[in-house]
Design a protein around this ligand. Structure first.
Ligand SMILES: Cc1cc2nc3c(=O)[nH]c(=O)nc-3n(C[C@H](O)[C@H](O)[C@H](O)COP(=O)(O)OP(=O)(O)OC[C@H]3O[C@@H](n4cnc5c(N)ncnc54)[C@H](O)[C@@H]3O)c2cc1C
Length: 482
């Protein structure tokens, strides 16, 4: 199986990643990406561990070799659970703090391959075959893809083709015998600088006239003309003691520019087709599998969050106070709702054409409320913290100066631990919710699955109003009372 070392070596492919006015020479050594790349490499090693073979892999139907369960197309509830356990194992390795680990986009491709007839509709068999072939290639070679499926926020008041320049949004600009050429930008490839392939498509509704933007394809990150512009990195913000999470798990979010990128036909899965551009997400289980993985990751993160808050209260000596226990009760009730919903969208999973889908209405309900409830949970921790994250020394260097360290040891300890342990825990929690890394995470949980007004529309479309209104009809037709 592909190991972490194999993965790290393959990132040295001349990819164009631009940071602070310069091209990054090697993402595996640049301080902005070095540790995050190693955190991903660790996932490859976990999946390749023979002791975890059953949990992390299934035999490829093509080669018989072990491949990641993220690529498994579930035919039973047990298969869906096996996918969950795979993703949970990876999520625990990153404390749920890396959202677009390789199992995310792998799940989208498993969804396309589970229902290729959707992509083949209207005589598009060749493109559907390409999608299945790429899925098999990814599966059998343990490929890590990131994706950019949202048009840039340049002018949302106009459709893609009516932007001030038709090549602002990533779209096809030239058709050749052997493939197509893509120009324009798309957001927001989380993990882009660390992935093997970029999956480009569009989840925003497109209008007639937008055909050039209605594509689904994959290109190697190192392909000629692919340029990545990541946001400001957090990894180099300080040392690992002061920024224990930023320094290890900053997966990066990158704006992708396609500077006339050639894409061979074999890597084109939808071409200039507005209807399929929409149907790929909701008529195949791609969006459902991808976001099932996202919820597995989120539930792991919430478990970590609950643990952090509990340890914080132990440290401050407030843990036995009834009002604190009541607020903690609310926090863990919310976390438990998410845990239970995750299990529920597995147990209420419908089977369509022999393929198991997670329950869409439960999945989208969880995602729709995440935008607000995640903020509520963070707010509870802030409320319980008081000044816990602020009454700390300026950096770990203070512990190295004996004169300062003596004061820190005396005045910054807690009843249960020495000063350094207290500071380490508070730094961990602050990095979780207060640093730039923590703040980006709050934004991530709001928007990783799209703006919540769109997710709420998904819930609306899928809720069983027929059953609900049948109750209303029955209530209205109750026999008159004597
Ligand atoms: C940290 C992070 C990581 C991400 N990672 C990825 C990734 O890996 N790949 C990827 O493709 N995408 C990713 N996304 C998601 C994505 O790119 C968008 O941020 C997300 O889909 C929301 O779209 P937008 O930012 O364009 O916001 P907009 O669509 O502009 O919406 C912003 C806000 O405007 C309001 N609004 C806009 N239009 C309407 C309307 N019609 N009705 C009501 N209110 C409206 C709402 O309040 C909405 O929340 C990520 C986002 C974040 C924040």
């Amino acid at each position: 199986m592909r190991t972490g070392a194999d993965y790290l070596r393959s990132l040295q492919d001349g990819r164009r990643v631009y940071l602070d006015g310069e091209r990054v020479a090697d993402v595996t050594e640049h301080p902005a990406f070095r540790q995050a790349a190693r955190s991903i490499a660790n996932l490859f090693d976990i999946a390749a561990d023979p002791a975890l073979r059953e949990r992390m892999t299934f035999p490829s139907p093509k080669t018989g070799e072990p491949v990641w369960r993220a690529f498994q197309i579930p035919k039973s509830a047990a298969d869906l659970k096996a996918r969950r356990l795979f993703s949970e194992t990876w999520a625990e390795a990153t404390f749920g703090l890396m959202g677009r680990t390789p199992d995310h986009v792998a799940s989208f491709f498993a969804g396309y391959a589970a229902a290729p007839a959707v992509l083949a509709a209207g005589g598009n068999q060749k493109f559907a075959d390409n999608a299945v072939a790429f899925y098999e290639f990814m599966r059998d070679n343990h490929v890590y893809a990131s994706y950019a499926i949202v048009p840039p926020q340049i002018d949302r008041s106009k459709p893609a083709h009516k932007q001030s320049d038709p090549t602002l949004y990533a779209g096809v600009v030239k058709e050749r015998d052997d493939g197509i050429v893509i120009a324009g930008a798309q957001q927001l490839a989380t993990g882009g600088p660390l992935s093997d392939y970029i999956h480009l498509s569009c989840i925003h509704p497109l209008q007639p006239g937008d055909e050039n933007y209605a594509n689904c394809l994959a290109v190697p990150v190192g392909a000629e003309g692919v340029k990545l512009y990541p946001r400001r990195p957090f990894a180099r913000a300080g040392n690992a003691f002061d920024y224990p999470l930023s320094s290890r798990f900053d997966e990066s979010d990158a704006y992708v520019v396609f500077d006339n990128v050639f894409v061979p036909w074999e890597r084109v899965f939808i071409y200039r087709n507005i209807e399929l551009s929409r149907d790929q997400w909701f008529k195949t289980p791609s969006h459902a599998y991808g976001n099932h993985q996202a919820q597995v990751r989120y539930v792991t993160k919430l478990r970590f969050m609950a643990g952090l808050a509990h340890r914080m209260n132990e440290m401050t000596g407030n843990i036995a106070a009834p009002p604190v226990q009541i607020m903690m009760g609310e926090l863990v009730a919310l976390a438990t709702v998410y845990d239970a919903m995750l299990l529920a969208h597995e147990t209420a999973a419908p089977i369509r054409d022999g393929i198991v889908w997670p329950s869409i209405v439960i999945l989208y309900s969880a995602m729709a409320l995440q935008s607000e409830l995640n903020g509520r949970m963070l707010e509870i921790i802030r409320e319980l913290a008081g000044s816990a994250f602020i009454t700390l020394p300026s950096s770990s260097a203070d512990f190295d100066n004996p004169e300062i360290a003596a004061d820190l040891e005396r005045y910054m300890r807690s009843a249960s631990t020495d000063a350094k342990s207290r500071v380490a825990l508070m730094r961990l929690i602050w990095d979780f919710l207060g640093t730039e890394f923590g703040s980006r995470h709050a934004q991530y949980e709001k928007f990783y699955g799209g703006a919540s007004f769109l997710v709420k529309q998904n819930v609306f479309r899928n809720f069983d109003f027929k059953r609900a209104t049948a109750l209303v009809e029955r209530a209205l037709s109750l026999p008159a009372l004597e």
